[in-house]
Write a protein that binds this ligand. Structure first.
Ligand code: CDP
Length: 214
């Protein structure tokens, strides 16, 4: 039986790690959709285009190739910020819808994480998780991640980044960060990666069990 798992949540909430682990557990392909917006921003920056150039950003989104998302170049702090600027452009989002839906529609299903998976990309997903954590805890996690990547940063500045990005993602007109009405919220403030994974598995098995009954 195919199973689509949609995971949404704010910056550094742990949805990427959770998505990877769930995908490995269920043997499903995983798409971190944040990488798409990061790749569009990266393309503009490398080509010397302005980040607010809607035509250039839309062309970059249309030309995006899922097979060629280069993780290392896209994961940095500046790219997350730049991604949230192009992600607010309706034409960029629209250019990326078909590709995400095609990924979700693979025969066995898929795991996708992002901001609008449960609301816009896969409103019919079998399981929707909305992963949150306090802004302070998310800033600590992002700081640890950046240090591990050899990108030392100031924790207070990261907290500021996270708050600004939360605002931009939640307040934009198209596909804002929002909890789908049928999403299960998972607050990971006091959970480590294993705890979040176990909690998510619990939610998924109860959702799937209630579906088989009905
Ligand atoms: O890892 P982190 O949560 O910091 O960022 P990300 O998931 O890679 O997303 C980077 C930016 O892309 C976000 O701040 C959003 O503005 C945008 N994004 C989006 O609009 N829709 C998605 N489905 C995924 C990301």
């Amino acid at each position: 039986m195919a199973m689509i798992i949609a995971i949404d949540g704010p910056a550094a909430s742990g949805k990427g790690t959770l998505g990877r682990r769930l995908a490995a557990h269920f043997g499903l392909p995983h798409l971190d959709t944040g990488l798409l917006y990061r790749a569009v921003a990266h393309h503009l920056i490398s080509a010397g285009e302005a980040l607010d150039d809607v035509a250039a950003a839309t062309a970059a989104a249309r030309a995006l190739d899922l097979q060629r998302l280069d993780d290392a170049a896209l994961r940095g702090r500046a790219m997350g910020e730049a991604a949230s600027i192009v992600a607010a452009m309706p034409s960029v989002r629209e250019a990326l819808v078909a590709l995400q839906r095609a990924f979700a529609g693979q025969p066995g299903g898929a795991v996708l994480d992002g901001r609008d998976i449960g609301t816009v990309i896969c409103p019919g997903a079998d399981v929707k998780l909305f992963v949150t954590a306090s802004a302070e805890e998310r800033a600590r996690r992002r700081w640890r991640e950046l240090v591990a990547r050899g990108e030392p940063a100031d924790q207070a500045a990261i907290l500021e980044d996270i708050r600004r990005r939360d605002r931009r993602d939640a307040e934009r007109a198209t596909a804002p960060l929002a909890v789908a009405s049928d999403a299960h919220q998972l607050d990971t403030t006091h959970l480590d990666a294993d705890g979040a994974f176990a909690a998510a598995l619990g939610i998924i098995s109860s959702v799937m069990a209630s579906r088989t009954k009905s």
